[in-house]
Ligand binder design. Structure first.
Ligand code: TSX
Ligand code: MN
Length: 605
């Protein structure tokens, strides 16, 4: 069993995998609408998907996953490089030979009773010289349909590949073979947790995923290829593959700046990417909401593309208030996973902005009636429920979002959820100071997270902790090396932002959302050289008057948001010195330790 493409190496790989996994048949995906419709029809007929109301949510469906298969599984995610050192202190390492043996055992016969799909996909506009081609082999129709939205799939990719083009091997199985005559019976197929493996072989540029059908575990173009493998490729080739949104900001005078921004999860990256400014005359447009690939242009500036073609966003909390553009993006042609279902076959989730209309079916398939008096009520939508929507449906998508040469990046933002210490915004004194800022990114963990107490900072350097395909110490060094290839005037300016400051009483100090445009305006002005700022021990900061004060924020609040909390910062740096930087051992670049020392010294002066 094989395919007859023009690409001999691909044909041979498909044949080898088919012999190992023993599917009922093999299909080479062409990327057509008919193919997408066929995938959805198979899922609907098999009871795995429910078509939504054609009037309210045309072309859209709802999937509900197995309760054990609802998110990325970091403890089952592996970087299998030859040495443990190459994977580094923040990744799960296994010897690649051992892991391949284990996985071959699991893959043997694992597609019995299923169709094996071969998905040629491009991360980035087809034919762009920044783009990379992957081939995902999968036994999941859900994966094929999602890949159609999230990447560019099919014949046009095969044309670029020709007879000997390079591609990244992505092998995926849900890990649930079917016996003769057996069907899924409407039950989401996956393997038990101890059989799930999300495996990366950065040295041979391969991805082998087994046992999960969900999101980043199964849609291998996204976290696995565009971040973990691409970060290792970028390290070798001198570019950057980052967990960053990309937005375009236009001033009232029509001047454009492009901003890339990295935040740990649950900081509202998609909301920022689609922000609607509250300051008159300013415009923000979306280029990407999750991943940026950045390479130098001939002019010595960094150009970024969004390698994806869709949004795989967290549904709960998304509303007309928090993100109206996301709400417009998901009005049609959208795959919903693990949200609630209304009686008239529409979707609902916690934080959608209105009460549940009548009786729902929750993500587990049970009847669910909203009980607002009961704070303990289990949610109708899983907290990690998702929408998969085409980026082109976003009303504020920038016209250049598919420009093959990318957009020149003027500023890079880092941020996290930090109720104290970190000001609303501060700016790095230099590229390397910005690398220092990126290296100490973190979010305060919520009380809900087990065994760590609230108030603890979980460090997530560059928001890349779960996504760096090699040693994080080498990754820090790589950022410093990239900076050396250009000059400060051409490099993006680097900023640290914090929308999440609270008063001692626990009240939000900053309204966030559209009012973050006031901070973006100052970032814009700093790039133009027209912002008002002061030098402080932690970097450049806006004067209190430099940022327009939103309604409801007092002058004192503004002062607190824009002052340096010396005692807090000394504690912060002590935590970096004692608990964070030691993890990287002698891989920690000297430049970063120098900034730790010099910022600390400046604070003590
Ligand atoms: O996405 C958020 N952003 C970025 C928006 C462009 N969120 C949601 C985070 C979870 C995904 C925010 N939450 C932001 C924010 O800027 N700020 C906050 C905190 C906050 C929450 C509610 C209010 C104010 C601040 N509203 C009132 O107090 C009325
Ligand atoms: Mn992400």
């Amino acid at each position: 069993m094989s395919i007859q493409s023009k690409h001999a190496k691909l044909n041979a790989w498909v044949k080898e995998i088919a012999e190992m996994t023993q599917p009922e048949k093999v299909v080479l995906c062409n990327g057509s609408q008919a193919e997408y419709d066929e995938m959805i029809k198979i899922c609907v007929d098999g009871g795995l998907a429910i078509p939504l109301n054609e009037k309210k949510r045309p072309g859209s469906v709802l999937f509900s996953s197995d309760p054990s298969d609802v998110a990325r599984v970091e403890n089952r995610t592996y970087i299998a490089s030859k040495t443990k050192e190459a994977a580094g202190p923040t990744n799960n390492w296994i010897d690649p030979v051992e892991l391949k043996n284990t996985l071959k055992g699991l893959y043997r016969g694992c597609m019995k009773g299923r169709t094996m799909y071969v998905i040629p996909f491009s991360m980035g506009p087809v034919g762009s010289n920044i783009a990379k081609i992957g081939i995902e082999i999968t036994d999941s129709e859900y994966v094929v349909a999602n890949m159609h939205i999230m990447t560019r799939v099919g014949d046009k990719v095969m044309d670029v590949l020709g007879s000997d083009g390079e591609y990244i091997e992505c092998l995926h199985s849900v890990g649930k073979p079917l016996a003769k005559g057996e069907t899924d019976g409407g039950k989401w197929p996956c393997a038990p947790i101890e059989q799930k493996y999300i495996s990366h072989f950065p040295e041979t540029r391969q991805i082998w995923s087994y046992g999960s059908g969900y999101g980043g575990n199964a849609l291998l173009g996204k976290k696995c290829l565009a971040l973990r493998i691409a970060s290792a490729v970028a390290h070798d080739e001198g570019w950057l593959a980052e967990h960053m949104l990309i937005l375009k900001i236009t001033s009232p005078a029509g001047v454009v700046k492009n901003v890339a921004a990295a935040f740990p999860s649950a900081c509202g990256k998609t909301n920022l990417a689609m922000l609607i400014p509250t300051i008159p005359g300013w415009k923000v447009e979306t280029i990407g909401d999750d991943i940026a690939w950045m390479k130098y242009g001939e002019d010595g500036r960094l150009y970024a593309i969004n390698p994806e073609a869709g949004f795989f966003g967290v549904a709960p909390g998304t509303s007309d208030d928090s993100n109206p553009s996301a709400m417009r993006s998901i009005e049609k042609n959208t795959i919903f996973t693990n949200v609630g279902l209304t009686e008239d076959k529409d979707i609902w989730w916690e934080g959608i902005g209105y009460d549940a209309p009548g009786k729902l079916i929750d993500w587990k398939g049970n009847e669910w009636v909203q009980d607002k008096g009961n704070k303990e009520q289990a949610p109708a939508a899983h907290p990690n429920a998702r929408f998969t929507a085409p980026a082109k449906q976003c009303p504020v998508i920038a016209p250049e979002w598919e420009d093959p040469k990318g957009v020149a990046i003027d500023a890079i933002l880092f941020g996290g959820r930090r109720p104290s210490t970190i000001p609303l915004v501060h700016q790095a004194k230099s590229w390397n100071h910005g690398v220092f800022m990126g290296s100490i990114v973190g979010s305060e963990i919520t009380a809900a997270a087990l065994d760590l107490k609230a108030g603890t900072i979980r460090r997530d350097p560059f928001a890349m902790l779960p996504f760096c395909g090699y040693n994080m110490g080498d990754y820090f060094k790589h950022w410093i090396e990239v900076g050396k290839k250009s000059t400060e005037d051409k490099l993006p300016k680097i900023f640290f932002v914090n929308w999440f400051r609270k008063t001692a009483e626990g009240k939000w100090l900053w309204p966030g959302y559209g009012d973050n445009s006031r901070v973006l305006k100052w970032v814009f002005q700093q790039c133009e050289g027209t912002g008002d700022f002061v030098e402080t021990p932690i970097g450049k900061m806006p004067t209190v008057e430099a940022i327009d004060r939103p309604e409801g924020v007092s002058a004192e609040d503004m002062k607190e948001l824009l002052s340096v909390d010396k005692a807090g910062w000394l504690k912060e740096l002590a935590d970096v010195r004692d608990n964070h930087y030691p993890k990287f051992g002698d891989k920690l670049p000297k430049e970063l330790m120098d900034f730790l020392n010099s910022v600390e010294k400046a604070l003590q002066a």
